[in-house]
Design a protein around this ligand. Structure first.
Ligand code: NAP
Length: 325
C-alpha cells in the first residue's frame, strides 16, 4: 500500500508550530508535526527562557519549556501525529510535496506549514549559553526578561535598532544601562541613536567587545547557582581589558532565521526571513504557508508567533478546501 498523503505537514514546534497543529487538528486535517531533534531544540527559543510572564492566560507566569509542553499536549489531544526528527530535504516541485526526514523516510503532504523559527545570535563566549538557559543573568530578550532586573546595573551588546530599543526599554527597570558596541558608529537609525544618547540612564562603551562573563554563587531557593555579576570588556582598538559591574547582560546582536532548508525554493528577504504575502501566511509557493519568527523579524513574541500559527492553519485549511479535487 502506498504511503498516505497527509493533508498538512507542519515543520517546527515553537508556539507557531503548535498553534498551527491545534487549529489544523481541530479542523479534522490530521496534521503531522516534525518537532525537530538535536541540534534543533523542540520547542524553539522558549526552551531557553525561564519565566514567561506576558503570555495571556498565565497570571502567575509559566516556564518557557512548560508552556511548550502544554501546547504540544493540546496538539496531541486533537490528533496530531508528531515525529521527533528533523526534516532534511523538501521537494517543492512535486505535488503532493515530498519531505525526506533524517531517518530517510519520505512523507508526502498537500500543504506545508513552516514554523522553523529563528535563533538569537550569541557572542559565543564561555558560560553564555548556560547562564541564559538557567535565567542567571544572560538574556537575548529584554521584553521577555527585563522586568526580572529591577534596580540592577545592566549591559546591552549591539549597535543596531534592537540593541538600542532594548537599552531604552531596560532603563524602566535598571539603575543604569551600559550599551557595548564593537565600533563607534551605530548601525541603528539616527532617531534611535539620538534617543539613546539623550537618555541619562544610558552609558556607552564603544569600540569594545564583551570577552568574559564574571559570575558569583548565589542562593536561589534551596539551590546555589552561578549568577552573572559583571563582564569584562576588551577594546577593539588596543586590546586593553576593563571590568564592568552587570546584574544582567542582554545580547542584541541580531537573529538568524532557520531557513537553510528552503534556500533557492522560497522567497526570502535580504536577511533570509521567509516572505509572506500581505495579511496572510502565504509564501511564494502555492500551498506552502509560513508562521512565527521564521517570517517575522519585527515582533518576535511568543504570542505573535502563536497568532500567526493560527493564521497559517486557517490559510492552509481554506487553501486545501479550494484545491481538494
Ligand atoms: P542588526 O541591525 O543586524 O544589528 C546587529 C548589531 O549587532 C550590529 O551593530 C552589529 O555590529 C552587532 N553585532 C553583530 N555580531 C556581533 C558580535 N559577534 N559581537 C558584537 N556585536 C555584534 O540587528 P538588529 O538590531 O536585531 O535589527 C534587525 C532588523 O530589525 C534591522 O533591520 C532593524 O532596523 C530592525 N529593527 C527595527 C526596530 C525599530 O524600528 N524600532 C527595532 C528593532 C529592530 P556592526 O554594526 O559592527 O556590524
Amino acid at each position: 500500500m502506498a504511503d498516505p498523503v497527509h493533508n498538512v505537514i507542519i515543520i517546527g514546534s515553537g508556539p507557531a508550530g503548535w498553534t498551527a497543529a491545534v487549529y489544523t487538528a481541530r479542523a479534522n486535517l490530521a496534521p503531522v508535526v516534525f518537532e525537530g531533534a538535536s541540534p534543533n531544540i523542540p520547542g524553539g527559543q522558549l526552551m531557553w527562557t525561564s519565566e514567561v510572564e506576558n503570555f495571556p492566560g498565565f497570571p502567575e507566569g509559566v516556564k518557557g519549556p512548560e508552556l511548550m509542553e502544554r501546547c504540544k499536549k493540546q496538539a496531541e489531544r486533537f490528533g496530531s501525529t508528531i515525529y521527533s526528527e528533523n526534516v532534511e530535504k523538501i521537494d517543492f516541485s512535486k505535488r503532493p510535496f515530498e519531505l525526506t526526514s533524517e531517518s530517510g523516510e519520505v512523507h508526502r503532504a498537500r500543504a506545508l506549514i513552516i514554523a522553523t523559527g529563528a535563533n538569537a545570535k550569541l557572542l559565543g563566549i564561555p558560560h553564555e549559553k548556560d547562564l541564559m538557559n538557567q535565567g542567571a543573568g544572560v538574556s537575548a530578550c529584554a521584553t521577555c526578561d527585563g522586568a526580572f532586573y529591577k534596580g540592577e546595573e545592566l549591559v546591552v551588546v549591539g549597535g543596531g535598532d534592537s540593541a538600542i530599543e532594548e537599552a531604552l526599554f531596560l532603563t524602566r527597570f535598571a539603575t543604569k544601562v551600559t550599551l557595548v558596541h564593537r565600533r563607534d558608529a551605530f548601525r541603528a537609525s539616527r532617531i534611535m541613536e539620538d534617543r539613546l544618547k539623550s537618555n541619562p540612564k544610558i552609558a556607552l562603551a564603544l569600540n569594545a567587545q564583551v570577552c568574559e562573563l564574571v559570575t558569583e554563587k548565589k542562593k536561589v531557593g534551596p539551590f546555589e547557582k552561578d549568577w552573572l555579576v559583571g563582564v569584562k570588556l576588551k577594546s577593539t582598538k588596543d586590546g586593553s581589558v576593563t571590568s564592568l559591574k552587570a546584574g544582567g547582560l542582554f545580547v542584541a546582536i541580531g537573529h538568524a532565521p532557520n531557513t537553510s532548508l528552503f534556500t533557492g525554493a522560497l522567497e526570502m528577504d535580504d536577511k533570509g526571513y521567509l516572505v509572506t504575502k500581505a495579511k496572510s501566511s502565504r509564501t511564494s509557493i502555492e500551498g506552502v504557508f509560513a508562521c512565527g519568527d521564521v517570517q517575522d523579524s519585527h515582533y518576535r513574541q511568543a504570542i505573535t508567533a502563536a497568532g500567526s500559527g493560527c493564521m497559517a492553519a486557517i490559510d492552509a485549511e481554506r487553501w486545501l478546501g479550494e484545491h481538494s479535487s
